[in-house]
Design a protein around this ligand. Sequence first.
Ligand SMILES: CC(C)(COP(=O)(O)OP(=O)(O)OC[C@H]1O[C@@H](n2cnc3c(N)ncnc32)[C@H](O)[C@@H]1OP(=O)(O)O)[C@@H](O)C(=O)NCCC(=O)NCCS
Length: 175
Amino acid sequence: MHPVLRPFSHGDRDSVNRVAQAAFAQYRDLYQDWPSFNEGIGRMAALADSAELLVSEVDGKIAGAVVHVGPGRPRSTIFPEDWSVIRMLVVAPAYRGHGIGRRLVAACLRAAQRDGAPMVGLHTSPIMASALRMYLGLGFTRDRDLDPIRGVAYGRYVLPAAKLKAALGRLSAQA
Ligand SMILES: CC(C)(COP(=O)(O)OP(=O)(O)OC[C@H]1O[C@@H](n2cnc3c(N)ncnc32)[C@H](O)[C@@H]1OP(=O)(O)O)[C@@H](O)C(=O)NCCC(=O)NCCS
């Protein structure tokens, strides 16, 4: 498998939205009011209007995507303005376990470094076990409980700029 990482382009819109929904489908029994939550997930590509959306392509098909919200870009109030924020890390089930998720996260951490963000933040949930294990392994720590989203517990996780280099080193060693 030879995944290619590249910026989103408008022709990717439907594929990105489909991949996001396919990635989150495993949580369908855990969120209250799944249909409306799933509808929101299916609008992932719209985030490209206000942030950096990156896609991973395998043999011409979108396999995964992620959003890097750089310093100064619109974000949830749970993150200070000057942070980089990682949102919506998704890899379609058929493409998992080949390092695509790691490469997408590495691209966000490089973007955070490029933009001089003092901190990288994200929100995730214990139900997202694969993602959480990867983030904790990179040095992210949980610094705050967040309000549950549709009955699912969430926390804020942070990685200070001083730990970016080590995290990127770990990601490239695992690639
Ligand atoms: C989290 C996610 C993006 C990882 O994508 P991936 O391309 O499989 O990730 P990688 O191959 O880079 O591996 C990263 C971790 O995923 C897990 N993983 C590996 N192979 C897997 C597989 N076949 N199936 C499920 N998870 C797998 C492992 O925990 C792995 O870490 P490890 O090698 O240290 O055990 C993907 O599982 C996903 O889309 N999950 C649903 C959406 C989600 O929870 N997003 C996070 C929002 S915060």
